[in-house]
Design a protein around this ligand. Sequence first.
Ligand code: SF4
Ligand code: SF4
Length: 386
Amino acid sequence: MTKVAIEKCLEYEKELVKEKIETCLSAIGDLASFLKPNGRVFVKLNCVGGFSPDLGITTHPVFLEAIIEILKQYTSDIIVGDNPATKDLVSTLKRCKLYDVITKNNLKILKGDDLITIKNSKPKLYSSFEVSREMIEVDLLVNLPKLKTHSLTYMSIAEKNLFGMIYGLSKAGWHVKANNPLQFGEALNDLYGAILEAYQDKKMLHICDGIIGLEGEGPGTAGITKKAGAILASSDAVSLDRVAAEVCKLDPDKIFVTKIADERNYGEGNLERIEIVGKSLVAFADLRFQEPVNQTSTFGLKLLKYDFLRNLLLEHPLIEKDLCIKCGECVKICPPKTLKIKKGEFPYLKAKECIRCWCCAEVCPQNAIQKTKRPLIGRIALKNRN
Ligand code: SF4
Ligand code: SF4
């Protein structure tokens, strides 16, 4: 049995958050079992872009500070970072209001440019990934996902947050290599397998900040901020994600990234073999997250393996001109470069070339990227079924 701890925490009040995280940690084995004195820690934020913490998109500064104060009881050798989608890390940290917490506590910010290749010895699609040496040459990885839905992967929690370990802006390229949901799920798991191998003799802790999360069309501004009041912690990302789906009442059949991980034995995805400690699921009986509209049932995933069906079956991005400020962030990230912009004009796209990765919506600061209505044939073919 793997363990997932859940606690209820309704507000970002530092002492309260700290107490709840400590309760979670003691329920899964206390920090001393994860971190030797003066060990080196890498704290992986969820810092996809420069958003206000109140939106529920990025790691909240109070949550980070609570974690830091707990870690500092054991070590001061702490590196903090992420690979934001379009901007450099420092400016993104400032916009997310995380920078002051990091400097006030004299922590190191990930430099990131000294790269190493980590390998998955039994990959399905890809065996090698470039990541920063500073992320790997540590004693403990503390992964801090948010509790979010995701237009492409249905949920984006512990395992998906580790996609941000891929160096710099090269993450977007993986959406082109693995350009349908199922392939992307396999690629994410190839990466996760490589991370597990790289951390074979080290420890991992996944602590999810779900005090405020995101429902609907996450993981960016197209999602809806949701007061969820939950903190989850586990040493197993797969188990944490499976339990998070229960907490949010999301459909376990659609969490395909977790299902693939479970099939590959990267963690425990069977709820019956996961011990939930701390608060029980009953404490979250009234919580229900709105799903993203993208169909990710097993049946839909199989159809979407055929590229030509994508345009027949799926909605595509639509720029809301009333909201767009012509900043060009969506154009910068669009992996197949199908979004374009001319000086002073709104972005436009060739829908046929769009791979529906929704990276554009993830980085848009204005929630100006909406979805067209799904074509009728897609509504019929992808009707909610497994
Ligand atoms: S337009 Fe948006 S959804 Fe389409 S490929 Fe570009 S980033 Fe992805
Ligand atoms: S759609 Fe969003 S990201 Fe793209 S240019 Fe407009 S405001 Fe910027």
